[in-house]
Design a binder for this molecule. Sequence first.
Ligand code: SF4
Length: 60
Amino acid sequence: MNPSVDHDLCIGCGVCADVCPDVFEIGDDGLAHVKAGADCEGAGCCQEAADSCPTQAISL
Ligand code: SF4
């Protein structure tokens, strides 16, 4: 899995960072970012984060 966030869609709600804090964080720009070295397989929460995103901004 190679998670990414479409910043044209992200509204910075923070749900992904709540659901999957090992992989997603809210940056200084107020939008979600994938943490450096994030490991979806190890974290086990990327799919849930993508499914929880209200704007479908997360691609896996
Ligand atoms: Fe952005 Fe979606 Fe994460 Fe909300 S859940 S911060 S809209 S990527």
